[in-house]
Design a protein around this ligand. Structure first.
Ligand SMILES: Nc1nc2c(c(=O)[nH]1)N[C@H]1C(S)=C(S)[C@@H](COP(=O)(O)OP(=O)(O)OC[C@H]3O[C@@H](n4cnc5c(N)ncnc54)[C@H](O)[C@@H]3O)O[C@H]1N2
Ligand code: MOO
Ligand SMILES: [Mg+2]
Length: 671
């Protein structure tokens, strides 16, 4: 199958044309036709069929596109190139989609082929063009790498991922690309990617040489160098991409809806988006075995020996040769010695002889079977009688290497080391292990109403409990905790705290200030010093959540802005922060759940995930049953201490009737 038959083309012409005085860029006259017609001409030989993404003047685009489809955005408001990509992928009848913007008529004639070659070689979801550029203001400075995200070849199968990303309110191409496996392809001819942003540039190009690849290079040598340095990522943002995302931020995710809104982000999607962004810390350290408890193993433990190291007895009894066992009736053996654990008996018994043996003792030479002493028909001094059906040949032997063969992986990297792991590593004679460095997590509570322990509880105030639950949960997870106390509802204080936290920690966990009303300045600060999205999740408790990166000049850290309500903070931590932190620690430990029978009816609204506090016990029939702890308000922390599990009621699930099975997440091992 030729490459061409696998690729659909998408010409992105849906922008606002801000820098062309809001004229429709693609339809601007250019060299006898229009800009978009030139781009279509470049693309057509590289693809099986193509479509044009446009949001204005659709009839005119249709004239240029001829038989090809013209697709307006599905999202409102000139949401940027990702909105174009969305409709392109929805339309795409082939496995690959090639994109190019309508204002770049000079792109390489082998764009699809080169992007495809890299995509195949790297096993990527998306291949994107990059060029090396020089800053025209500082021609002496070293060239820099300029990505061109609008020139990409992408697998049509990433559509669900894109839709989930757009649902969060985010609109940045770069942000979405971070959720994919990307490969970048370096093109030498940077002028080929130059775009035409202003009417002046258009006139300049209009006058210059014909639009062949070589012509493009010369055409671009004037103002196009500046264009290219600005790059398509940046240019595309000016046309609504970044604007789209900050608008989404400002509206506080209102686009995603309120109440039981169907557009709120589903729990699994949020988990996936978060986990796709964080990566494990790379540094490792070598620790004595005892210090490695609860740490994440950085490299496989390879067994240097067979475990057990030698064939040995699983029972106290008599070792013998299986071929000597009687075929019928009873046979009497003579015991010729004793093998103790740590004191082998080196002599091989002959026919009719056996060796008395203790559990763990090496099997004497020639023997392959152990008769447990209580199964002997009779024992009289050194005479042992064995009846024909007492045991079979080969019984009660622990073979060398049956637990772990020499050279085999005893414990894989990424394992969170538990007591059994320490024991197993010790059984291999290994005294030190390589583990990932501890994750540093800074946390603080926000709110003017909060008082720390030891302070007077003024009217209208509450004691800060979230820092204590967070301390407990983070410590249990094996993180190095940095407790930053209470931060007042004040922009400067919040900014200072975030900066300090980013300088000290890999991750920052805050509580409070992420709901609708409270958060305006929080949003502004977080937008100022980072890239943080505010989500509305289809779950209860824990509906609001902020997640993203706090970035200062020197440092960065992942931020989890958890809601302030004391139960919501715990549930959000377990559902979102915990898996992401574990991933950063180098482990992929998953939450273990079990099924239990609901003792009573449970009210549940379909369309959101609910986490209700429950108590699991054993029913009269011995099977697990669960009842709720009572009031489920997200400020009622006592119900959390009373509970021993969380009942997980899934997104699509509705009311549960008594007797139905529900999923429960046991606190044991979690809290
Ligand atoms: N109009 C709306 N209001 C609220 C919505 C909504 O969608 N629309 N969502 C509600 C939900 S759900 C939650 S959860 C909370 C989250 O609010 P914030 O994250 O902004 O948290 P705060 O307002 O700062 O605090 C909420 C609550 O929790 C108490 N709190 C906060 N921090 C602590 C702490 N460290 N220790 C103990 N208690 C704490 C605080 O005093 C408040 O009572 O928003 C709803 N509102
Ligand atoms: O997240 Mo809130 O009421 O769900 O606690
Ligand atoms: Mg508050």
């Amino acid at each position: 199958m030729s490459l061409k038959s696998k690729v659909t083309g998408l010409v992105l012409a849906g922008g606002r044309g801000t820098r062309m005085g809001r004229v429709d860029k693609g339809l601007q006259p250019f060299r006898g036709s229009s800009l978009v017609a030139h781009v279509i001409d470049r693309m057509a030989p590289q693809v099986a069929s193509l479509a044009v993404n446009a949001n204005r003047n659709l009839p005119q685009y249709q004239v240029v596109a001829g038989e090809s489809a013209v697709l307006p955005d599905y999202l409102d408001g000139f949401a940027g190139p990702l909105a174009g990509l969305q409709v392109g992928l929805q339309f795409c009848p082939t496995e690959l989609l090639l994109t190019a913007p309508c204002d770049s008529p000079f792109f390489p004639v082998d764009l699809a082929a080169r992007l495809h070659a890299a995509m195949e070689a790297e096993g990527a979801d998306l291949a994107m063009a990059v060029t090396m550029e020089r800053d025209p203001e500082q021609p002496e400075a070293a060239p820099f790498r300029q990505p061109h995200p609008v020139f990409s070849l992408v697998k049509a199968s990433v559509l669900p991922q894109l839709e989930a990303y757009l649902e969060t309110g985010a609109r940045r191409m770069e942000g979405f690309y971070k959720t994919l496996r990307i490969t970048e392809v370096l093109f030498e001819d940077s002028a080929a990617f130059s775009n035409i942003n202003t009417l002046e540039e258009l006139q300049h190009h209009e006058r210059s040489a014909t639009a062949t690849s070589g012509g493009a290079a010369s055409a671009a040598s004037g103002s196009a160098a500046g264009d290219a340095a600005a790059g398509h990522g940046v240019a595309a943002e000016r046309d609504g991409d970044a604007a789209g995302e900050s608008a989404a931020r400002r509206d506080g995710g209102k686009a995603a809806g309120r109440g039981s809104d169907p557009a709120a982000l589903a729990v699994e999607e949020a988990q996936r988006l978060i986990c796709a962004r964080v990566t494990p810390v790379e540094a490792t350290e070598t620790l004595p075995l005892l210090a490695a408890l609860d740490r994440v193993l950085a490299a496989d433990i390879i067994s240097p020996i067979n475990v057990p190291a030698y064939d040995n007895s699983a029972m106290d009894g008599y070792a013998l040769r299986g071929t000597d066992l009687p075929a019928g009736g009873t046979r009497t053996f003579r015991s010729i010695g004793i093998a103790y654990a740590g004191h082998p008996f080196a002599q091989a018994p002959q026919a009719g002889e056996c060796v008395r043996i203790m559990t763990g003792a090496a099997i004497p030479p020639g023997c392959d079977t152990v008769l447990p002493q209580e199964l002997a028909a009779a024992i009289d001094g050194d005479q042992v009688s064995i009846s024909n059906n007492a045991i079979h040949a080969g019984a009660n032997l622990r073979r060398a290497g049956e637990d772990l063969p020499q050279g085999g992986i005893a414990i894989p990297a990424g394992k969170l080391l538990r007591p059994a792991d320490l024991g197993l590593i010790a059984s291999l004679g290994i005294a030190e292990v390589s583990v990932r460095r501890k994750l540093k997590v800074a946390f603080f509570s926000t709110g003017d109403e909060l008082r720390s322990l030891g302070e007077k509880l003024d009217q209208g105030c509450v004691y800060d409990s979230n820092r204590y639950t967070l301390f407990g949960m983070l410590t249990r997870l094996g993180c190095e905790v940095i407790d930053m106390g209470v931060v007042r509802d004040d922009p400067q204080a919040l900014e200072a705290a975030l900066r300090q936290a980013a300088s000290q920690a890999d991750a920052i966990i805050t509580s409070g200030g992420v709901s609708e009303g409270a958060a305006d300045y929080t949003r502004d600060i977080m937008a100022l010093i980072g890239d943080v999205a505010f989500w509305k999740l289809a779950m209860r408790p824990g509906r609001p959540l902020a997640f993203g990166k706090v970035q200062t000049e020197q440092d960065s850290a992942w931020l989890f802005g958890l809601p302030g309500n004391p139960v919501a903070v715990m549930v959000s931590f377990y559902m979102f922060a915990r898996p992401a932190l574990l991933r950063m620690m180098g482990s992929e430990a998953r939450l273990q759940t079990m099924q239990a029978r609901a003792s009573d009816n449970i009210k549940k609204r379909a369309g959101r995930t609910e986490y209700q506090r429950g108590i699991v016990s054993r029913g009269a029939d011995g099977a697990p049953q669960v009842r709720l702890t009572g009031a489920q308000g997200s400020g009622i922390l006592s119900s959390m201490t009373e509970a021993n599990c969380i009942v997980v009621l899934h997104h699509d699930q509705a009311n549960v009737s008594a007797g139905q099975m529900v999923e429960v997440l046991l606190f044991d091992g979690l809290t």
